[in-house]
Write a protein that binds this ligand. Structure first.
Ligand SMILES: Cc1cc2nc3c(=O)[nH]c(=O)nc-3n(C[C@H](O)[C@H](O)[C@H](O)COP(=O)(O)OP(=O)(O)OC[C@H]3O[C@@H](n4cnc5c(N)ncnc54)[C@H](O)[C@@H]3O)c2cc1C
Length: 270
């Protein structure tokens, strides 16, 4: 695949923290319709330069070979002209060091299909939503909330997000604004390594799992989230997903699979 087949342009880049960015991508053709929670495939040729902050990487055999990876979309599923990605730098990785070298105007490749089963499609409207993430696992929830958050709806919705440092939690002002405007929405961030931050972190400390075991949701909602009233979405690191799945299954929640409905919905990033 040569440079000429690249089919999209970086329209905006926001550096959230070192190694963490929001990247807006404008495909040459209209953005295909998608369900909030789905992912696109993004690619760059192996010959594209790596950002200085990363490891040097392997020698490149074929500079035209496309490196492709999946990225959940953070943008709302509304008519518009860009796709928004929330990306963390994996210093030893193949694609992210090249993505982090891009500036507005740079060209890249977007796969023709936006797909995935990590959506609200199978959640009955009377069920509450606990949306649990580590790091960039927040991306699909931003799409869901930006598309579907109803200020007056009966459903309670909570975003529980964990990161190492407070500056690694994305979309904080947008989520706090949503919380102010929608009385049914709760934003619960938690930080695992807050010590030594220049502005002391005054919020919850630990891993996102401890928000669940500590009853943060019950406190916010006024009732205990149970398998008969709440669906739980888990997105991000495999360790968090495994821990949370164990905790939830012990409380009677069941994994949601095609043909076998349950209340635990999972998107593992690696
Ligand atoms: C459905 C789906 C949606 C995804 N959405 C996102 C997203 O919205 N934002 C995002 O940043 N990533 C997302 N990912 C992960 C993404 O596809 C890549 O795996 C990631 O960006 C690393 O790519 P790389 O080529 O730089 O690293 P690779 O060369 O592919 O190296 C991968 C190795 O790096 C580690 N790794 C991968 N991802 C991470 C990570 N996020 N944090 C720490 N270590 C990691 C793992 O050990 C993995 O084996 C998603 C993955 C899937 C399957």
């Amino acid at each position: 695949m040569g440079q000429t087949q690249l089919n999209a342009t970086v329209s905006q880049r926001i550096d959230v923290a070192p190694g963490l960015m929001v990247l807006c991508v404008a495909p040459d053709k209209d953005v295909p319709r998608f369900e909030p929670g789905q992912f696109a495939v993004i690619g760059l040729p192996a010959g594209a330069p790596r950002v200085a902050l990363s490891d040097p990487g392997e020698p490149v055999a074929d500079p035209d070979k496309l490196i492709r990876r999946a990225y959940s979309l953070a943008s709302p599923s509304l008519p518009g002209n860009h796709l928004e990605l929330f990306v963390t730098l994996v210093r030893s990785g193949e694609l992210t060091p090249r993505l982090f070298a891009l500036q507005p105007g740079a060209r890249l490749w977007v796969g023709p299909k936006i797909t995935g089963l990590f959506t609200l499609a199978d959640v009955p409207p009377d069920q509450n939503l606990a949306l649990v993430a580590t790091g960039t696992g927040l991306a699909p929830y931003m799409s869901m909330l930006r598309t579907r958050l109803e200020a007056g709806g009966p459903r309670k919705v909570a975003v529980m997000v964990g990161a190492r440092h407070s500056w690694d939690i994305g979309y904080v002002s947008e989520l706090r604004t949503m919380q102010r405007l929608a009385p049914t929405f709760t934003f619960l961030p938690i930080v695992s390594r807050p010590d030594g931050e220049p502005t002391p972190w005054g919020g919850a400390k630990g891993h996102v799992q401890s928000l669940w075991t500590g009853g943060a949701l019950e406190q916010a909602w006024g009732f205990k989230p149970k398998a008969d009233n709440t669906h739980v979405f888990l997105c991000g690191s495999p360790a968090m997903i495994e821990d949370m799945t164990q905790l939830l299954e012990a409380e009677g929640f069941k994994a949601h699979e095609k043909g076998s409905p349950g209340q635990i919905h999972v998107e593992k990033y690696w």
